[in-house]
Write a protein that binds this ligand. Sequence first.
Ligand code: F0G
Length: 394
Amino acid sequence: MILRCIGCGREYDPNEIRYRCECGGLLEVIIDLGEVENVFDGKNVTLWKYKSFIPVEKRVSLNEGGTPLYRLENLQRELNMRELYVKNEGANPTGSFKDRGMTVGVSKALELGMDKVICASTGNTSASLAAYSAKAGIKSYVLVPSGKIALGKLAQAIVYGAKVIPVKGNFDDALRVVIEASKELGVYMLNSINPFRLEGQKTIAFEIFDQLGFVPDNIVLPVGNAGNISAIWKGFKELYKAGFIEKLPRMIGVQAEGASPLAKAWKEKREFKPEEKPETIATAIRIGNPANWKKAWRAVKESGGLFESVSDEEILRAQKLLASKEGIFVEPASASSLAGLIKLKELSLIEPDESYVLITTGHGLKDPNVIIENFRPKLPEPIEPSLEAFKEVL
Ligand code: F0G
């Protein structure tokens, strides 16, 4: 196993604490694919089933992974599509896919002898880091954009015992501070530019293949800091290089319109440019300068996929649709995958006869306020506790 720069190819010892190459490029973990085991039999799916692909020995675990993969029978009929699935990452221990990254990342922190970890977060990363460091018995510091983090996520980070520090600014500002702090203060940084995080998250690809028994034509997922799309693509490529699969899926990345530097650059066929003032109701992906954009760009390009963006209104509509038609309640960022699929179908930019797996990244209960504030549910006036009164409101 080595760390290699995706830009200049320079290699580093994986036991050196380093998040970027000397040239500034992103690093990735190169594992020995000669040693991986073909365990893809559809049984007992959990993250650590794929341990031969995971480059850590220690294991700080809360039984992450093994999330359900649902066929969207009602929605595929309604949308006139042949084969739609959801991989529901909200079913992880802290309610988001970040747990996959943290089980590996916090294990790596222990292997490196670190007793303090840090991250910037729009919410889910902080909840997950806080939980896994609690389990590991180490101290966690999380920096979050002040006033722009969903209540459920903040509550999680607090109760798991992280030191929560609100920052006057957005995620991008918080990440800048975290990167500087990790260099100067000897705390281990577990944002997704830490390549070991992505080693956990790539197991989403393994589980999809394991659960379906085949590789779907397309994977559709939200993109914020752009780690997850990079990780899932890496997972599929490893399966391919190991000779376990014979085709690769297209990667379709969906951003919120007000925070869509990748989708804009893609659609306008121009250079990537960060956005100064990202804004969206989907606070999880309210990010203007995705740290992993180069990896994500490569994933979409190599796979023959695309980037798209969706409005807040489209996100909320998709969130309601997924819950009310399929019984799957996800947070707004997660609903952008369905919103993106619907938009792309309407624009005839995707093929309705192909198979699609939507990744829903976080649980709906993370952000209940968004439902109360935006759907303004009309509840009847409280009734007397009698059958008569009940019949009257019916
Ligand atoms: N969906 C949810 C629910 C998220 O929390 C995030 C990222 C994403 C999608 C995007 O994933 O960053 O890998 O492209 N949340 C981070 C956080 C930034 O701090 O919790 P990505």
